[in-house]
Design a protein around this ligand. Structure first.
Ligand code: SF4
Ligand code: SF4
Length: 464
């Protein structure tokens, strides 16, 4: 609708970057090139980029990948990358959660700089090579089939939730054996009343006293919002209806972020083309597209156009997509919000998710919460350490908790009564980290900021 969503690489005023003064650009994934999967070329590019990181080291505390790399180099002969074998570099790639923070917030050497660094996309390329060589375990790939898994679990959600519950001594050891899931990892719950089913029961009534904004929004449910936490979508629809926005819930299929984690480029590209065509019919009729989960918004806005750069429907979808927090803040700025927000006096601490930051839209989750009057809002910017399906795996869960400990510590020490996170997986992971630091903490679970916003309007449940 041409309301001027910020350009996708307008970093400078939104995200503090050390070094480069030029706004970064990003190359398309060159995944159709025969060179893309060539092990010799992948190794050469890995070493070229890692050599620059070795000389720089400013990402030493962002995640576990960089410390692994620098430790390997420091232990090698002459403390040079040349002394590190190619197989020894695999754990560096394995530890990457694809949070995008090195590219988005730290690195002064990303394009258009001549060094041309893009560590997250390089990690994707390495994983694509591993998957093509058959080195990605079958079970790991099955875990990423979120639509199939969600539909199956939704047939008997009580059984699925019992079996996946943390502390189930019968099933969790089996899950560890069969699927490589760490027994202590908190797993998403499943619901019989998916967001799609709730939508079939009808849209929330439009607040007739709200100003007529003329906005119409398709909510892209996302797999997590559909199967694992339909309350996010219900809250979003209630807030938008209260502000006079007509909504429809549309969910063709998952955005493919879980497949991107394994470098399954062909499958992600297929999803991009398919979903872009479905949602394109709405865009052509003047509807905005609003994604409920930041990783999925990131895919629609930024990753898909870099995976299918020649596809007009994908490009059109990227331009029409909003993150839910960004969309409501835009309404507040341009048209003003309907009255009725009540304070949350004991305050909210927000974990600013990496994939929300990576959207170059500013801290919209925090901006949204600050629209609630007389409500203290604190923000935690450190990575939660979760990283999608990565953080639940037996080999990585302890690392995920370690990486997320500073974020959990900041949230635990915030003095706030409520924990929020745009990314539901990150929020649950931070809550689990807090549990380890301060078992008596009030912050036992996390909600999406839009759920807290809806509650502040009195539209759902009230703030617990
Ligand atoms: S994308 Fe995130 S996890 Fe991966 S190397 Fe960069 S900062 Fe580390
Ligand atoms: S990604 Fe960039 S900022 Fe980070 S260590 Fe490598 S060269 Fe330095």
């Amino acid at each position: 609708m041409g309301r001027g969503r910020p350009g996708r690489i307008a970093l400078k005023e939104d995200i503090m970057r050390e070094g480069s003064l030029e706004a970064p650009t990003r190359h398309a994934h060159d995944w159709r090139s025969p060179d893309y999967l060539d092990p010799t070329r992948v190794d050469a590019e890995l070493r070229r980029q890692f050599e620059i990181c070795h000389g720089c080291r400013r990402c030493f505390n962002l995640c576990d990948s960089f410390p692994r790399l620098f430790d390997l180099i420091d232990a090698a002969g002459d403390a040079e990358l040349a002394g590190v074998s190619t197989p020894a570099l695999k754990p560096v790639v394995d530890a990457c959660t694809l949070c995008d923070m090195c590219f988005m917030t730290k690195c002064p050497y990303v394009p258009p700089h001549a060094f041309d660094l893009d560590i997250p996309h390089l990690m994707v390329r390495y994983r694509a090579m591993e998957t093509a060589r058959g080195n990605t375990p079958f079970v790991a790939r099955q875990l990423t089939r979120t639509d199939r898994n969600g539909r199956l679990a939704g047939l008997a959600p009580a059984l699925a939730n019992w079996a996946t519950r943390r502390g189930n001594r019968l099933t969790r050891p089996l899950l560890k054996l069969a699927a490589g899931i760490h027994p202590d990892a908190d797993l998403p719950r499943y619901h019989a009343d998916t967001l799609e089913k709730r939508a079939r029961a009808g849209a929330p009534p439009i607040n007739q006293s709200a100003p007529a904004l003329g906005r119409k929004a398709v909510l892209f449910a996302t797999c997590f919002g559909n199967y694992n936490n339909p309350d996010i979508g219900s809250a979003a629809r209630a807030v938008l209806a209260h502000n006079g926005v007509v909504t429809e819930l549309v969910y063709p299929e998952c955005c493919g972020m879980p497949q991107l984690e394994h470098g399954e480029m062909e499958e992600v590209a297929r999803k991009a083309r398919s979903v872009a065509r479905s949602l394109g019919e709405w865009i052509d009729k003047g509807w905005d597209i609003v994604a409920l989960v930041p990783s999925c918004a990131l895919m629609l806005k930024f990753e898909w156009p870099l995976i299918e750069p020649g596809d007009e429907a994908v490009r059109q979808l990227a331009a029409a997509t909003w993150d839910i927090t960004e969309y409501i803040v835009d309404i507040a700025r341009k048209e003003g919000l309907a009255p009725g927000l009540k304070p949350v006096p004991d305050g909210v601490v927000l974990h600013l998710s990496c994939h929300a930051r990576a959207q170059n839209m500013g801290a919209k989750g925090a901006d949204l919460l600050r629209l609630i009057p007389d409500t203290p809002v604190k923000v935690v910017e450190r990575c939660s350490g979760h990283g999608g399906s990565w953080g639940i795996k037996t080999g990585f869960f302890p690392v995920a908790l370690k990486v997320g400990k500073p974020a959990a510590r900041q949230a635990a020490d915030s003095g706030c009564g409520h924990l929020a996170a745009e990314c539901p997986l990150a929020g649950a992971h931070v809550a689990q980290g807090i549990e380890g630091i301060d078992p008596a903490s009030r912050l036992k679970s996390s909600r999406h900021p839009v759920e807290i916003f809806a509650a502040a309007y009195g539209l759902s449940g009230g703030n617990r």
